[in-house]
Design a protein around this ligand. Sequence first.
Ligand code: INI
Length: 231
Amino acid sequence: MIGFWGDRVMRQLPHYPTTPLPHYPTTPLPHYPTTPLPHYPTSHSYPLLPMTVFEGNFTEDISSLRFAIVIGRFNDLVTDKLLSGCQDCLKRHGVDVNPDGTQVDYIWVPGSFEVPMVARQVALSHRYDAVICLGAIIRGQTPHFDYVAAEAAKGIAAAAFQTGVPVVFGILTTDTLQQALERAGIKSNLGWNYALSALEMASLMRQLRPRNEDKPLELLENNPQQALMEG
Ligand code: INI
């Protein structure tokens, strides 16, 4: 290998055109203004405010929280047990789970497919700090499982997103009844975990709620300026 020029001479390759490229205009670009930008304060000009960590807790204000629990009746051998785990957790954190009380409402629906629609409806009422969805979808011999599971998951996420109310995804999806029962009390009871998520999210969302929501509606309507200032 003797390089490009050597190669060309030795093998008498045709002479490649060396015509210069057409002359592209070299006119300078228009002059952009170089006026200095106004002086923006740099970060250290701002007062140093402490940042905040928000986290849900399991102790404060428990008696003022309200929950709705939406339960699918399909596979109620499992969903009944999930509900017991859920109630146990709420009760041991100080929530009155009595259906005749003021803190928890229970809504039964035919199956997991119906859960999201009802969850959204109750969340829209803004009477609850969190909605807990319970269901059990067990894989059978047909693709039905996939349709019901997909709609339940999408629908529950949409209900939370559209309403701004935490909606807990407490729908078990398992291959067998045995696996479902193991998660509903035989080994552990995920109903407990779902209730814990609801407690945490309810508390967190209260902290993140715009402070104006605490203002009496009258003040907001009659004197929004003052309501904002009082923040
Ligand atoms: N509903 C469930 O909650 N779990 C299931 O496993 C299930 N399967 O497999 O069919 C199920 N189907 C019923 C469905 O949720 C609706 O109630 C029904 O399709 C009527 O709309």
